[in-house]
Design a protein. Structure first.
Length: 365
């Protein structure tokens, strides 16, 4: 059985750290905690788990801190978690099974990262991350923010998932400031230029986001999956600037790189729906429904784009053009994916009421 060091960096995480360590303590053989300047009770929590705790001054560089944590690991493999990540009980069993079969010949283990889940714990947004790596200097973090380890060597894809469970969503400008400084110094890698553009977009600085993301898109060193995702972000930036035609063109540009993704098709459908071009919207939403998820490509997967979202919008589009039969059909399709959806339930009541009215009119012409 492989041995694993859990390596974490923390700062002021007393509200969530215990939850994270509870979920991982039986999976790992060693816990390494690097504290970058906590002023609350964070450092008291890992002591209860026998963790090795180290201090490092925060230097606006996540990779620096993560690599320091890896340097303290003594086990065969290193695994990382953020303090607001958890391994739910079902996934803990998957982790233990993985650990039993993991050998020293495996360099990198790619595992699902559930970045968002619904009220039932079902993932709505996820992608693969390099979760476990062989403990060797060959595998170290890169990037001041949105840091990553470049997967190489013998790579294993497995099913054990980590779930991100942030208690309170807060937007800060920490990452934006770090990336802005690096951008001004012309030291951003293509990958971090992509994330800088996303940060600008999330802060509603659309004109600046367009400039940065277009630069990224034209860089031959940019990853295809990031470029496809950049098309979605760019399209929304153009739409928010009132440049609707550019929004459409930018989404179509993604097809130069790869066959259509459901996420792109849904964005096309949304634009046409907003422009009240319902038949065109129907085309793109139906295209989205026909596409399979392919997470092995490594890109972000928005699960609803492969079922619920196009179905519920097809319901609306068909209703707008007066085809109640098809509208009701696609509402039931949406219900297959999300039976508790308020939109599905509201639409179902609407169609039942419509049917009742038609029956009444036929009885009393």
């Amino acid at each position: 059985m492989a041995t694993i060091s859990l390596c974490m960096i923390v700062k002021n995480e007393e509200k969530v750290l215990g939850r994270c360590l509870d979920s991982a303590k039986d999976i790992t053989d060693e816990i390494i905690i690097v504290d970058t300047g906590s002023t609350d009770g964070t450092k008291e929590i890992p002591r209860r788990y026998g963790a090795k705790i180290f201090d490092q001054k925060w230097q606006d560089d996540f990779s620096l801190a993560r690599n320091f944590s890896f340097s303290k690991a003594k086990m065969e493999h290193c695994m990382w978690l953020d303090a607001d990540d958890v391994i739910v009980p079902k996934q803990q069993e998957s982790f233990l099974s993985l650990k039993k079969t993991l050998t020293a010949s495996v360099d990198v283990v790619m595992l699902p990262y559930y970045a968002a889940v619904d009220q039932n714990g079902v993932p709505t947004f996820w992608y693969y991350r390099e979760r476990i790596v062989r403990n060797t200097p060959r595998y170290r973090w890169e990037g001041q923010v949105h840091e990553a380890i470049v997967p190489s060597g013998n790579i294993l894809y497995a099913k054990a998932a980590v779930t991100h469970c942030k208690m309170h969503r807060t937007q800060t400008d920490r990452n934006l400031k770090i990336l802005q400084k690096a951008y001004d110094a012309k030291t951003l890698s293509p990958r971090l230029r992509f994330y800088y553009g996303r940060e600008l977009y999330e802060h509603q600085r659309y004109a600046e986001a367009i400039k940065v993301l277009e630069e990224f898109w034209g860089d031959p060193g940019g990853w295809v999956e990031n470029k496809i995702d950049a098309c979605r972000t760019l399209a929304d930036c153009y739409a928010n600037q009132g440049l609707r035609e550019m929004a459409y063109r930018t989404l179509l540009r993604s097809f130069i790189l790869a066959p259509p993704r459901a996420e792109i098709c849904c964005e096309m459908g949304r634009l046409f729906m907003e422009d009240q071009s319902y038949e065109s919207a129907i085309y793109w939403y139906q295209a989205a429904l026909a596409l399979p998820q392919k997470p092995e490509r490594g890109g972000f997967v928005m699960v609803d784009c492969y079922g619920y979202l196009p179905a519920i919008n097809l319901c609306v589009c068909y209703d707008r053009i007066g085809n109640r039969e098809m509208a009701a059909f696609y509402n039931e399709e949406a219900g297959r994916y999300r039976p508790d959806s308020p939109a599905y339930l509201s639409n179902k009541a609407y169609f039942l009421n419509q049917c009742a009215q038609v029956k009444e009119e036929r009885k009393n012409p």
